[in-house]
Design a protein around this ligand. Sequence first.
Ligand code: EPS
Length: 368
Amino acid sequence: MSSNTFGKLFSVTTFGESHGPAIGCVIDGCPPGLEIAPEAFRHDLERRATGKSRHTSARREKDEVEILSGVFEGQTTGTPIALLIRNTDARSKDYADIARQFRPGHADYAYWQKYGIRDPRGGGRSSARETTVRVAAAVIAKKWLAQRYGIGIRGFLAQLGPIVPQGFDWNAVEGNAFFWPCAEQVPELEEYMDALRKSGDSVGARVNVVADNVPPGWGGPVYGKLDGELAAALMSINAVKGVEIGDGFASVVQLGSEHRDGMTRDGFLSNHAGGVLGGISTGQQVRASIALKPTSSLRLPARSLDVDGNEIEVVTKGRHDPCVGIRATPIAEAMMALVLMDLALLHRAQCADVGPVRPRISSGDGLD
Ligand code: EPS
């Protein structure tokens, strides 16, 4: 009940701080017999890591995953899987000056109010460093979902500050440091980020994430809705301030005749719902979008208080992300995977004897 565990049947408990000796997680409820090698984690952890381009924090972590339990001879055993990642490049002296100060817009004030004590080094537990182990846990979920159902989960950066994609190609996304779907715009993004970094400021972003081949029927009404679980999962990512499912807030100005997704023998005619109706998957592509705020660790001075209540001017030193959204795509994918994995197991537990139910409408994705 201390909010460090996510999921019911596929549950992930994470632990660790940004500048502690290690971060890690315990995954309980993973089905047995899934092949998983330590190298399996590398790809997604590298996609999420800092220090890969000048546009993210310069901290360089090895992010080597040690599997401590739950895997025997390369296969999951059904028992808890413990993963450990050692922190190897923390530079705690960067935080000495702000150890007793609050950064406006940062979690450190709220943590202080809650616990009366905090680990200020690298943001402690509130650091985006914690997302590393979510991504590691989701490698297992992604693999199981892909093998069992052919589910593919992928995301992209859908807006960086004021810049929106001028074209869309999934093949472009993994080819640049931004997860941007329009290769021609990458120089524009680089120029924007270089100027931003020079100015000492930060900016927000939007990340979209989709899951293909999710079977219909996943998600439990009314308090375990797929969209509800997704919203909670995505909102739990550091810096996320908004979550949309399907058309999300654009639905406000739509008419019902526009928003509804027509159904034909050949498939759905559109996907405004984002693959979820009544909190249950429809078999269409599951679509979510998140808004990430601009990060608060800035070298630009700001008015604030110290822990004794004195008015101060706070300045943050160190290696920070001017746009944390740039690294958020694999994290959003991870949270989507953890939700779907949990709901898959829950659906199997209750409804394995149901169906197949007719008619089954094909997703029709790509039609809208
Ligand atoms: C972070 C601040 C920086 C980032 C860190 C997230 O930490 P530090 O000051 O220790 O370099 O580098 O990100 C990671 C280390 C990571 O692996 O994501 C923050 O305040 O959230």
